[in-house]
Design a protein around this ligand. Structure first.
Ligand SMILES: Cc1cc2nc3c(=O)[nH]c(=O)nc-3n(C[C@H](O)[C@H](O)[C@H](O)COP(=O)(O)OP(=O)(O)OC[C@H]3O[C@@H](n4cnc5c(N)ncnc54)[C@H](O)[C@@H]3O)c2cc1C
Length: 415
């Protein structure tokens, strides 16, 4: 059992701020405050991997700063508060729904340790899976009770996965975390690395001994210029690592109650007709409101720009599968990750499982000054690449390499 001392509960009581996305309740600087920073380690990317790296360095007393391109932290983790009309003292905004990752699994040791370290065990609950599953065939026939819920046994977190990144972010001094701060260039020499943040009009620089790139290798290739320039072989190595789920879009419909449960349905559905191919119950642990989410099956290029159409077709489909009540959501959310340049690149057309960082990049052409973290780059035993587990695992791997390199640097300097 994962949480011997801290069993999954049906409710949680942790506060989060109001608003569209769930915030961290601490303000971070934007790129104007990056000017003239000199630090030991620059962490690039404020997803779970980069935040884990920065929080661990901070805890170990190692001087570090983190830059994040977007105006928010979390990366592929994105949790949305329910609409204000649903908020009451008991049923408040901590019941967020996830537009990125929703689940983790009992056999993932790094997720288990992180949740314990962050004291979030009481927020963990099991994915709802009681009742029949629905299958919608290409012919339009809808069949009930075909198999059991596919995600039975997986875990979710009250407040959404952003509970994890919020807790990590809160453990780092706000002035060391910079949002709206995209890395655009890395110039590496024997002394260290100079990072350019922002485009030529707004450029600021950060000097550091080491840089940890905690973002998908394809996004590194698409957004960062290296000096001296990389060989074509290195560019190919970056592009060879596919970014897990980058081409996906997720749709969530929110209802006053999880009405399908009363009808003996788990909320799970598989569809050959679409637009949603796979649907699951995304309601909070206490079932105080209902939410269904689905992955969109229409390829990224075809659905590009069709947000209203996607939302409307998805609601119609939920009506076909779960009845009339499903056609009247209180709110819907739609996130197309394929259209987000800090997750997806033009080569991300399918979610092949990332295989870890290619050797040519791991044996850094930058004298060990640039290290890689992020879910896609893990070289662990647990085949966790692509998952949250892999993001933490890769952070731990880069931390180990970094600590050895920092000791070596200190020894070389005679300190
Ligand atoms: C729809 C969806 C569903 C998923 N479901 C699950 C699930 O149920 N369970 C699971 O385990 N995993 C799931 N995943 C995968 C999971 O989200 C990732 O493994 C994990 O979030 C990756 O974390 P990361 O920190 O490695 O990368 P990211 O979260 O991608 O973080 C990288 C960060 O770098 C930033 N960045 C990019 N370019 C720059 C730049 N030039 N300068 C500065 N910053 C930059 C980005 O904005 C981002 O914040 C899902 C992913 C998606 C999209």
């Amino acid at each position: 059992m994962l949480y011997d001392d801290d069993k999954p509960r049906k409710t949680g009581k942790r506060g989060t701020t109001e608003g569209a996305t769930v915030g961290v309740g601490q303000s971070f600087t934007d790129r104007r405050a990056v000017r003239n920073i000199r630090t030991s380690v620059l962490v690039v990317g404020g997803g779970i991997s980069g935040l884990h790296t920065a929080a661990s360095l901070h805890k170990a007393g190692i001087d570090c700063h983190l830059v994040e391109a977007r105006d928010r932290l979390g990366g592929r983790i994105l949790s949305m508060s329910p609409p204000a009309s649903l908020a009451t003292e008991e049923r408040n905004s901590l019941h967020a729904v996830d537009l990125g990752p929703s689940w983790f699994w009992p056999e993932q040791p790094h997720m288990a340790s992180l949740i314990r370290e962050l004291h979030l065990g009481e927020l963990v609950f099991e994915q709802y899976s009681e009742g029949d599953t629905i299958v919608e065939y290409g012919s339009g026939r809808v069949q009930r009770g075909v198999s059991s819920a596919s995600m039975a046994g997986s875990y979710r977190i009250t407040g959404g996965m952003q509970a994890l990144t919020n807790a990590l972010a809160m453990s780092i001094d706000g002035h060391r975390v910079h949002v709206n701060a995209p890395l655009t260039q890395l110039a590496c020499n024997d002394e260290g690395v100079e990072a350019s943040i922002g485009d030529s009009a707004t450029k600021q620089t950060v000097s550091s001994d080491f840089v940890v790139l905690a973002l998908p290798p394809r996004v590194v290739d698409a957004t960062v210029q290296f000096l001296p320039p990389l060989s074509e072989g290195h560019h190919e190595q970056f592009r060879s690592v596919s970014t897990w789920m980058a081409e996906h879009a997720k749709f969530v419909a929110i209802y006053k109650s999880p009405f399908w449960r009363g009808a003996g349905l788990s909320g799970d559905a598989l569809s050959q007709r679409g637009p949603l191919t796979e649907i699951h119950d995304a309601s909070p642990a206490d079932g105080s409101f209902g939410a269904l989410f689905g992955f969109v099956g229409i390829p990224a290029q075809q659905r590009s720009g069709l947000v209203t159409e996607m939302e409307s077709l998805a609601v119609q489909q939920l009506g076909r599968l779960f009845g009339d009540s499903a056609t009247k959501p209180i709110a819907v959310h739609y996130k197309d990750w394929a259209q987000d340049r800090f997750t997806a690149t033009p080569v991300d057309s399918s979610s092949a499982k990332p295989r870890g960082l290619p050797e040519a990049l791991a044996d850094s052409p930058w004298n060990g000054r640039i290290l890689f973290s992020g879910s896609e780059t893990s070289r662990g035993r647990h085949h966790s690449n692509g998952y949250l587990e892999g993001a933490i695992e890769s952070s731990m791997q880069s931390l180990q390499a970094l600590k050895a390199a920092l000791s070596q640097t200190r020894a070389n300097r005679g300190v």
